[in-house]
Design a protein around this ligand. Sequence first.
Ligand SMILES: Nc1ncnc2c1ncn2[C@@H]1O[C@H](COP(=O)(O)OP(=O)(O)OP(=O)(O)O)[C@@H](O)[C@H]1O
Length: 262
Amino acid sequence: MSPNTATSGDARPLVSIQHVSKQFANGTIAVRDVNLDLAAGEFVSLLGPSGCGKSTLLRMIAGLGEPSVGTIDWPGAGGANGEHELGFVFQDPTLMPWATALGNVVLPMQLKRMPQGEAEARGAAMLALVGLKGFERSYPRELSGGMKMRVSIARALVTQPKILLMDEPFAALDEITRHKLNDDLLGLWETNRFSAVFVTHSVFESVYLSQRIVVMAARPGRVMADLRVEAPYPRDELFRTSADYAHWCRIASEKLKEAISA
Ligand SMILES: Nc1ncnc2c1ncn2[C@@H]1O[C@H](COP(=O)(O)OP(=O)(O)OP(=O)(O)O)[C@@H](O)[C@H]1O
């Protein structure tokens, strides 16, 4: 089945963001009156200029900060008491320097008290999926920036979260590595069917990855446009050089320009 369609048949959104505003103690209104539903299995990018509240919104979805006003619910998450699983990938890979790649990936399972053997088997399988077979015993200092980010993604996905939240994960990487990680991320998404929320400044990256781009403006942070990228998956090098890709990049660029000048 195509990742464009949800498998569960559950019409409820996975995450429902209703009238969410966030004002910090210093008076800054980081986001104002955001209303968004995120569907199960959907790939959404939050695109906008610096300071438009993308990270603040992502962190609130993760429960790392409370809205000042409004609600974030998980109607489609299922499980007891609406229990939901999420993975978070930061711009910095945030690996423990004293632990191996495998040691870093098994951490979330150790926190869940999974038996060590099972955790290591799952961790090693996840490292293989992100292209790091053979590097299980390597320490972060022995890995390139792209490889460290792969470890970070493996750590976020190893517990099979319903949603993967990513805050400009590839911004610090060179373009070739970034393209490769974009491709591999899409491969993981197509196989594992998690919802993805991807924060980026890049029109090109957001169009390449997403089914949907939420364009935000700053001061105060707010949603300006909600764009559906009607291009099929799988997306690959052919798509990257296609007229279709250029077309969607142009549309997203225009929306971003409008948001910046708003
Ligand atoms: N803890 C905080 N206390 C006060 N103001 C904050 C805090 N965190 C963020 N802000 C402010 O809220 C606004 C939104 O910040 P946020 O980091 O969410 O934006 P962003 O779109 O992710 O920016 P960037 O792309 O530069 O990371 C900014 O004006 C920022 O300075």
